[in-house]
Design a protein around this ligand. Sequence first.
Ligand code: DGJ
Length: 747
Amino acid sequence: MPIFVQDDKKQFHLQGKDVSYIFSVLPNGELGHMYFGKKISHRKDFSHLLQLPKEPLGNATFAFEGDSTFSLEFVKREYPSYGTGDYREPAFHFVYEDGSRVTRLQYDHFKRLNGKPSLQGLPAVYVEDENEAETLIITMRDPYTNVCVELSYTVYARYNAIIRSARITNEGKKPIIMDRALSASVDFPHANFDWIHLDGAWIKERHIACDRLSKGFQSVNSKRGVSSSLHNPFIALKERDANEHCGIVYGFSLVYSGNFLAGVEVDHYDMARVLMGINPFDFSWKLEEKESFQTPEVVMVFSDEGLNGMSQTYHELYVNRLVRGKWRQSERPILINNWEATYFNFTESKLMEIVEEASKLGIELFALDDGWFEGRHNDTTSLGDWIADKTKLPEGVKGFGQKVEQNGLQFGIWVEPEMISKKSMLFEKHPDWVLGVQTGPLSHGRNQYMLDLTKEPVQSFIIDTLSQLLSDAPIRYVKWDMNRNMSEIGTDYLDATRQGEVAHRYVLGLYAVLDELTKRFPNVLFESCASGGNRFDPGMLYYMPQTWTSDNTDAIERLKIQYGTSLVYPLSTMGAHVSAVPNHQTRRITPLETRFHVAMFGVFGYELDVTKLPAEEKAKVKNQVAFYKENRKLIQFGRFYRLLSPFEQNDTAWMVVSPDRQEAIVAFYRTLAKPNPGLVQLKLVGLDESKFYRVEELNAVYKGDELMHAGITLPAIYNGTVYSDSSFLAGDFQSVIWKLSVVEEGS
Ligand code: DGJ
């Protein structure tokens, strides 16, 4: 994974597993981009890759007197500014004391480090051994304004990823206002790409959108204070002929949980510029003398094995080097959550009935959701008062938790610590802890307000209250919820010149709280949630290894949600539950088997009143739980492949293969029944061509190469029963899974 530095030419070549990233110092002293893509051999001179114009350009602005060829808008740049002849979207924009907005960064020096330094106060991918990765830090300075920019590039030996961030320091005496400080910018020499983004809304998060790049600036962003369910902090550029299995794809994923911008500008020379970082809208940051600002990092992935190749790099990198602690590689328990079973309306004896039944079914953890604390009988009240409501839990959280444990289940609890209700003891005591400009009415979301996490006393309150709760009761799992977006953003904690910092400072405050709590309680499994998937991003995964994927538990809607989510996020991060029918979000009725076949491709659980299931369904649930336990390691930590997309057709398919390719599970889903259907030949991927696999459900043995090139003929599915006769499919919302295991030839 070397980083080559050609000092005489000022050229830098980062080589990862199968990726190269090359740039150099330009004639005007700043950095020019040369290449990002498939690994190429190192050469002593890559000057030809700069592609500088040889002929004079028309209607352009030039850097050097007497020269009409070197124009910054024609050049591929590494961290572009505005104001010196490049009219594309810039990576940064600073305002100086004298009113000037012009920055002329000049290369100063480089530093090469083994490993990867952490980012102060921010989540980031990491190394466990200095030899896993190398980092190049390029320092640039503007001699006129005394601003210093350090660009950081990390490359790993095992991954096709380049990780970038920027650190800006005021080395002068007068303050600098930054109103844009993005994390990275990459210029591509052409724009023959589709761009992919994950769009959605509440209960339909991370649907795949794929559009042709067109001239101008196309972007997704969040202004909600959270990364949001409307757009995820991720985009990809895909060459037109690339698909799930082959072709060139570039992914860009921002390790951040707040307002972001991710965009691509196609200019008049048909070059494409990708930009990513904190959303400059409503952002400004004052840097006093000697102060620095660290941007979040962008994980840029290259794949020439299509979208699956890109996703697998993200999955492996995020499972192994973003998620931390005990739960990183530990199998996650099968839980049952009472939210859709009871909502706010429960008593301890009702919960215990669920616990007892769940215990008989083999479920491992009971998660007590919203409604357990003082006066919380609906969503208008009590957020901030994290003590048990004795009318529901007479012996408190501790007493209830112990009863759960006595039934052989672990105990977990729901909290929403970033919030405050006006009807609460906390609000009576600290009305000034509410986030927002207090000189007028504040908007609410779900009847609640946000705590001002820019304030240190608020951070301490959350840490202390949660620490007490987690120390008092036998809590093994925490669902950390967050059910509104930011509004009237402002704080009396900062002076007028710093109000543009509030949204980002909130996120930094949240990260500080999470850092402390996860350090204090390393054995607790934390799951983040924000009205489902309103904050499903790599930033949260650094602190909490899994996220509640969506409030939509309908199996058919989940096909799209989980398929889209898997573009970046591994199965071990996606909470997925079987819930009751008719489904509470869509009123759709789907077979129990289909609900299981969808939810089992994630961190699995149930979210329904198991006491109400008929005996025959209880028996099925017991089998599902046993099947998941038996295959949990394969599912949570195997290699995931998407096969058929629900965004393109009526059928969906995906599979997961164990790292040694000895085992796999394949799933096929048909949304609507087809009359008189033809056969489906499903070609599998990722298996060992030379091995024989027994397909348990079909009681047949196939060779790996057959399964991958000829495929399996889809059997008919009726009510979850698999028929080998393929002449019909009956009923909507059907699914089938196949478990494959390597066997000796002929066995
Ligand atoms: C929103 C979450 O996404 C739900 O799962 C549930 O925990 C509710 N909040 C509880 O208020």
